[in-house]
Ligand binder design. Structure first.
Ligand code: NAI
Ligand code: UGA
Length: 430
């Protein structure tokens, strides 16, 4: 089967490569000619472990190709995955303009049966909406199905997750569409759930919102741990051994970021409001997340008295390790607050770059970790890149002005840091 993937961002590129790896012929289509040019050359324009090797492999095997020619691509393919962005609108709802554009393009261009699948994260009811958009744009009256097949991969682990999913969710009202999708996923070694499109769409939001809830729960509990002199990591370990709770997503820190949790939790809250339902737990999840970085800043303020004219090193910019993605990164919230209080901020991340449109005060991107830490009055560790664990912090202390470490990811050994002469503060972990 020939597959067209529309939108070659994180999800689209990964999806296209994984289908190629599973033996299908795949075309990636994007409106961004620069991205397509790079992908055609075998260059991955974002950082994601393992993907570039797979890209090169399937370009040379001819299993994958890329294009900006939407008419030809849509006409040549029967199976079309929509992987475009669904960012937040100012009111928190999902901006569906890219999905609508693709649906209209398909409607206008189609020349025979099409199976259109939304892999983008979309509000409940989108399958019906996409059907209407395609119908309205159609010139002929070609048959088509629209199905939902949400994606659950994580950035930084995109390839492993997409090659070994926990589950495949297929939302379809059409037997033909469900069968075609089941064939595509025939080699998946996980449960394949076939359900209604609305259920599939809600499963995606409910998963992300639940994971965000686990994190905010642990983050708030960590604040209590600070007061009680209890180590949140040991609490996480103790509760995570209960299989009803599970050990993952219990790691306390300065909050969740990324392109998905913040936007998807907001979109779900708003969708509930539009249906006269208050998702009050999720509203608190957002509140805890928006204030978590302030909690660590307050600990640092207590220690330093003031940030004005102090040199502060921020280690880690990406919203998590193994990605260059800085969308909604908690590090940016910390940097913004420090700059408002007139600190001189030096940032080091092994991969991620400061956004070009930053108009903050005194912020410097350091090429070396030592450059950021030298003469610093405090370090904020904001992303748990493995290299930060392996730094010789005892040696680093000698180049700092004051050895203060605010570990926003609870990754350093507090006892070791204290015995090296640091004032160390994690979150619920001292
Ligand atoms: N990033 C992630 O880890 C995950 C994202 N998702 C969801 O997948 C969707 C895509 O997310 P990302 O890949 O991160 O977005 P992205 O922003 O990296 O990529 C979207 C791509 O779509 C392209 N595009 C926009 N309009 C287009 C059009 N009319 N025709 C062709 N291409 C068009 C853009 O140029 C861009 O390259 C979102 O709904 C997101 O919530 C789901 C699971 C994981
Ligand atoms: O819909 C999406 O886009 C994706 O969103 C998340 O994936 P992702 O945002 O890439 O990364 P996560 O590993 O989930 O981390 C998200 C944020 O939570 C934070 N986090 C995670 C786990 C934890 O225990 N504590 C914690 O603070 C991370 O630092 C990061 O900022 C989900 O894990 C994926 O299943 C989903 O497909």
């Amino acid at each position: 089967m020939n597959i067209l993937v529309i939108g070659t961002g994180y999800v689209g590129t990964t999806t296209a490569l994984v289908f190629a790896e599973l033996g299908w012929n795949v075309t990636g289509l994007d409106t961004d000619a620069q991205k397509i040019q790079q992908l055609e050359k075998g260059v991955l324009y974002f950082y994601e472990p393992g993907l570039e090797e797979l890209l090169k492999k399937h370009l040379s095997s001819g299993q994958i190709r890329f294009t900006t020619n939407k008419e030809k691509a849509i006409q040549d393919h029967e199976i079309i995955f929509i992987c475009v962005g669904t960012p937040s609108r100012p009111d928190g709802s999902a901006d569906m303009r890219y999905v609508k554009q693709v649906a209209e393009d398909i409607g206008q261009t189609m020349n025979g049966y099409k199976l259109v699948i939304t892999k983008s994260t979309v509000p409940v009811g989108t399958q019906e909406q996409v059907t209407l958009w395609i119908q309205a744009a159609q010139k002929g009256s070609y048959p088509f199905d629209v199905a939902s097949n949400p994606e659950f991969l994580r950035e930084g682990k995109a390839l492993t997750d997409a090659l070994n999913p926990d589950r495949v969710i297929i939302g379809s009202n059409s037997k033909k569409a469900a069968n075609l999708l089941q064939t595509l996923y025939q080699s998946a070694k996980c449960p394949v759930v076939v359900t209604t499109p609305r259920t599939a769409e809600l499963i995606k939001y409910a998963s992300n919102a639940f994971l965000a809830t686990k994190i905010s729960y642990m983050n708030e509990l960590a604040r209590l741990c600070d007061q009680l002199g209890v180590n949140i990591k040991e609490v996480a370990n103790g509760i995570g051994l209960d299989p009803r709770i599970g050990p993952s997503f219990l790691h306390a820190g300065i909050g969740y970021g990324g392109s998905c949790f913040p936007k998807d939790v907001s979109a779900l809250i708003l969708a509930a409001k539009q249906n006269n339902i208050e998702l009050s737990i999720l509203e608190k999840v957002v509140y805890v997340n928006q204030t978590q970085h302030l909690y660590l800043l307050e600990k640092a303020r207590e220690r330093l008295k003031s940030f004005a004219n102090k040199k502060i090193a921020v280690l880690g910019l990406a919203f998590k390790p193994d990605t260059d993605d800085i969308r909604e990164a908690p590090a940016l919230r910390i940097i913004e607050s420090l700059l408002k209080e007139q600190a001189n901020v030096y940032v080091y991340d092994p991969v991620a770059k400061l956004p070009a449109d930053l108009h903050y005060g005194s912020v410097t991107a350091s090429n070396e970790l030592e450059e950021a830490v030298k003469d610093a009055d405090a370090v904020f560790l904001c992303t748990e890149w493995p290299i930060f664990r392996n730094v010789d912090w005892a040696k680093m202390k000698s180049i700092m002005n004051q050895p203060n470490m605010f570990d926003g990811r609870n990754v350093l050994d507090s006892r070791e840091m204290n015995s090296n002469g640091y004032f160390y503060h994690g979150i619920g972990y001292e």
